[in-house]
Design a protein around this ligand. Structure first.
Ligand SMILES: Cc1cc2nc3c(=O)[nH]c(=O)nc-3n(C[C@H](O)[C@H](O)[C@H](O)COP(=O)(O)OP(=O)(O)OC[C@H]3O[C@@H](n4cnc5c(N)ncnc54)[C@H](O)[C@@H]3O)c2cc1C
Length: 477
């Protein structure tokens, strides 16, 4: 009844055209890019901060939950209404509100698509540095929700490093402003706190971000290897030499062949692995580093190192990377992308472990990942229509994530915890650690109506997941 009441009030406040509740309409919002599902009771489309505040007040009065949603490209079920309730979609709050060239800042509504901001400032020699591979579709609000990274995280950092101001609607409908255009503010670092909270503590309605100036020179190299081990060892050597490429991406043989067939980016069809390496900065420094990188690739057995001749060739190499997951879709009816992080030096052995898991479960696994960050993205190929395969896939991915934790890594680098990995949180946090985080959630959102049952486990067991494979001494509890 509460939902029925809430829908009637929402229609009155926003107009009927901005509220969906028919089964055929709301089912379009029951999934994201991961494997989980949940059907919302209603979907609403605010146009202003005042609309968002009104929606939150109605939901709070009726005790109905709210799940914020950008483009729904998340991979951990973050924007899925796990318990029904209202999904609040930012499609209509998609305006760039201000571009301040002198101060290198932009203020945007949360529904602005990531790449559109870079496109809007390109003619001024600027861009928005966080560039998830989903940047053609994902929204800046969603990037803030997940604290997204991407291929250029190695040098430029994740979304939080680029957010200087946030407007947030709190659990009682009040609107708070944190930060602004300057980097240093006094008081608590609230922009840092809200970024990455996956819609559980507040709804972001305005975002001020840094704009980054394009480098004088960019060198994009493709190093080609017969074995994946040689590629992995090169990653360790490059960073050991104190070189920080802006991107250091790795593809295994299965992935690069699939990507090449789909995008014709110019990758070799017969290689065991490739590294896509990008260096940027002042011309002399970039040339010096490019030579050093070439040498390290050769020392580690690269059979060839190509350098993009111009912007067109560079764009083509990146087209392969940015469309890689779409290309992997050609290999099987479904794939499950994992997001485990390991210390860089553990990449070679983690790839070996992933190969063993692939053999153990009899499932093919494609690897393409942010090697420089140690952020592994094994994509397990399976058929979602077959429940037994789904079960095996989840067990295999749990084993991989468990391994990442066991070598000093973590369960997510950039895709968030959402409803996918809540049960794995005890691998990293004690009850006390999680109590502290939960008390923050309650301070902002006392009835937990924002994105309920996300991030924190509702059961105390990680037995249902493959993470049970982790030795007990490595678990926090
Ligand atoms: C092919 C592919 C490649 C990808 N590559 C990358 C990558 O390189 N790096 C990376 O980090 N991710 C990547 N992702 C995952 C995903 O695109 C990112 O997490 C992205 O930031 C999600 O944005 P979205 O607009 O789709 O948000 P959604 O999926 O709609 O939401 C994500 C989370 O943010 C919350 N949220 C959304 N809007 C708001 C708001 N206004 N206020 C508060 N909370 C909000 C939601 O509740 C949810 O918890 C990829 C996904 C795909 C499908």
């Amino acid at each position: 009844m509460a939902l029925v009441e809430a829908i009637a009030k929402l229609r009155k406040a926003l107009g009927s055209g901005n509220v969906l509740d028919k089964a055929g309409d709301v089912m379009l919002y029951e999934y994201d890019a991961g494997v989980d599902k949940g059907t919302p009771g209603a979907v609403v489309f605010p146009a202003t901060t005042e609309d968002v505040s009104a929606i939150v007040k109605i939901a709070a009065a009726e005790g109905v939950s709210i799940v914020p949603r950008g483009a729904g490209t998340g991979l951990s079920g973050g924007s899925i209404a796990r318990d029904g309730g209202i999904v609040l979609v930012f499609t209509r709050m998609n305006r760039i509100l201000e571009i301040d060239l002198e101060n290198q800042r932009a203020t945007v509504q949360p529904g602005v698509v990531n790449l559109e901001l870079s496109n809007a400032v390109e003619k001024h020699g600027l861009y928005f540095a966080p560039d998830p591979s989903s940047q053609k579709a994902s929204t800046i609000g969603g990037n803030v929700g997940e604290n997204s990274g991407g291929p250029h995280t190695l040098a430029h950092g994740v979304t939080v490093n680029h957010v200087t101001g946030l407007e947030v609607v709190l659990g009682d409908g009040r609107v708070a402003q944190f930060g602004g255009k300057s980097v240093d503010t006094c008081g608590y670092d609230m922009c840092g706190f809200f970024t990455g909270t996956e819609g559980t503590v507040g709804i972001v309605t305005k975002i001020t971000v840094k704009l980054t100036r394009k480098a004088e020179t960019i060198a994009t190299l493709l190093a080609i290897y017969d074995t994946i081990d040689d590629g992995a060892n090169t990653v360790v050597d490059i960073t050991r030499e104190g070189i920080t490429p802006t991107a250091l991406e790795m593809f295994d043989g299965l992935t690069l062949r699939t990507v090449e067939e789909a995008t014709h980016a110019g990758y070799p069809m017969d290689a065991g692995a490739v590294l896509l390496i990008e260096l940027e900065g002042l011309r002399e420094a970039v040339e010096e580093q490019a030579e050093a990188v070439r040498r390290l690739c050769a020392v580690n057995g690269a059979r060839e190192v190509r350098r993009a001749k111009d912007d067109a060739e560079r764009a083509l190499l990146w087209k392969g990377r940015k469309n890689a997951f779409a290309a992997i879709g050609r290999l099987a009816p479904s794939y499950y992308t994992q997001d485990g992080v390991v210390p860089r030096t553990k990449i070679p052995e983690t790839l070996k472990f992933i190969a063993k898991v692939s053999e153990k479960y009899g499932m093919r696994i494609a690897n393409i990942f942010h090697a420089g960050d140690g952020n592994m993205h094994p994509a397990i190929l399976f058929d979602l229509r077959d429940p037994a395969q789904l079960e095996k896939t989840i067990a295999a991915s749990g084993e991989i994530l468990g391994y990442c934790v066991s070598v000093g890594g973590t369960i997510t680098g950039e895709h968030g915890v959402g409803m996918e990995k809540d049960k794995l949180m005890p691998l990293l946090f004690t009850e006390t650690d999680m109590d502290v985080m939960k008390s923050l959630r309650e301070a902002f959102n006392p009835d937990s109506l924002f994105n309920p049952r996300k991030i924190f486990p509702t059961t105390r067991s990680c037995r249902e997941t493959g993470a049970a494979a982790i030795p007990p001494e490595l678990r926090k509890r």
